[in-house]
Design a protein around this ligand. Structure first.
Ligand code: PLP
Length: 395
């Protein structure tokens, strides 16, 4: 018996355990100080009324023999896939139900989708990055090539025609940098992927935060993308489903490699290894896409966007370079005074009682940068930014 030795190549992630440890030590030393957490990438507002009403109704259906449901379709109930297609329709993207696969969230599918690709594909991943892309490919033993995000390119790396890649990860709006690709930039990526016969895995988990109409909120708004991209969506940040679990993956029928539709491979994979998302959750997810559900969930996203704006405006006032904060719940800033990510973490905690996330935890290029998240309570965000400004200006 041999283990998968690729797992031994995974770097231990000390990011969140390191943060928790430092916060705990600080709290013990300073019990009277309230620490404001702007580090967490989890939502804080509860599920909207339309979602909980729909789930309650589904629970009562499950309690009656006439309406009870057992195993559902692995790729998701027709009613939810139809609702997702309707949502895409409003973005000007036409999808058919059989191109949409309901999932228990983006993270699972980002890892699972790799099942349908050969092991010897080269993978192109931005740095800094959401760590799941890197770890899932290390687990599979794939060769990873990194592309540099930095202040010069606004943390939006662009394709290099001399780099050959088979699988490309793009995330826009981005975690951790909050940066958003423009239509022109995504057009370049689509052109590159088509030229190289590569496949883009487009992580669209933060699409609901895109409010600028000139910015794309789906890669399929770009001509040709259906021939080269899989899009992975999530209701986690859109509708507060981080604990409820529902997302979707779009695999267009036009996406064909080696004469095979990737859609048929993914369908085969899902029907073999996945038993679908619970009926009750899918009814809750369907409610997100109704007019009332859209209104309610949009209000929640607006709340987080206002927090993001408060953070970004404070940084602008203080002359601190940053990306994100608009069309995104994340703000990515350059640590003032040339501090390293962890030095700034300690500094911010001590001077402002604010905990954020050191950029170095998202890759080598994150060193010297820092992520603040807008998912907190508004009064806390205002207080945090006042403390932050006072700490920096000494006023
Ligand atoms: N993709 C990105 C970029 C994320 O930041 C997250 C969660 O933080 C996910 C995917 C995971 O989303 P889900 O909760 O749907 O698994």
């Amino acid at each position: 018996m041999k283990i998968n030795r690729h797992y031994l190549r995974l770097k231990e992630s000390y990011l969140f355990s390191g943060i928790a440890k430092k916060i705990k030590e600080y709290s013990v030393k300073n019990p009277d100080r309230k620490i404001i957490r702007l580090g967490i990438g989890d939502v804080t507002l509860p599920l909207s009324r339309s979602v909980t009403d729909a789930m309650r109704e589904a629970v009562s259906e499950m309690s009656s023999a006439e309406t009870f449901r057992g195993y559902g379709e692995e790729q998701g109930y027709e009613f939810l896939r139809q609702a997702i297609c309707g949502y895409y329709g409003k973005k000007g993207v036409t999808l058919s139900n059989d191109e949409v696969f309901v999932s228990d969230g983006a993270k699972s599918d980002l890892g699972n989708i790799l099942d349908i690709f050969a092991k010897d594909n080269t993978v192109l991943i931005p740095d800094p990055v959401y760590p799941v892309y890197v770890d899932t490919n290390i687990m599979a033993g794939r060769q990873i090539v990194y592309m540099n995000g930095n202040a010069d390119n606004g943390f939006l790396p662009m394709p290099d025609k001399n780099t050959k890649a088979d699988i490309i990860y793009l995330c826009s709006p981005n975690n951790p940098t909050g940066a958003v690709y423009s239509k022109n930039q995504l057009e370049e990526w689509v052109c590159y992927a088509l030229a190289k016969d590569a496949v883009i895995l487009f992580d669209n988990a933060y699409e609901a935060f895109v409010r600028d109409e000139d910015l794309p909120s789906s890669i399929y708004q770009i001509d040709g993308a259906k021939k080269c991209a899989v899009e992975i969506g999530s209701l986690s940040k859109t509708a507060g489903f981080t604990g409820t679990r529902c997302g979707y993956t779009v695999v267009p029928q036009e996406l064909i490699r080696e004469g095979t539709a990737l859609n048929s491979l993914w369908l085969r994979r899902q029907t073999t290894k996945f038993n679908g998302v619970p009926y009750i959750i899918q009814r809750g997810a369907e409610a997100v896409f109704t007019d009332e559900g859209q209104r309610q969930t949009r209000e929640q996203v607006d709340y987080y966007l206002q927090n993001a704006d408060i953070i970004a405006k404070t940084l602008t006032k203080l002359g601190i370079w940053h990306t994100g904060g608009q069309n995104s719940p994340y703000i990515w800033l350059r640590c003032p005074g040339g501090m390293s990510s962890w030095e700034f973490f300690d500094y911010l905690l001590k001077t402002a009682n604010v905990a954020g996330t050191p950029g170095a935890g998202f890759g080598a290029n994150g060193e010297g940068f820092f992520r603040l998240s807008a998912f907190g309570n508004k009064a806390d965000v205002i207080q945090a930014m006042e403390n932050f400004a006072q700490g920096l200006t000494g006023g």
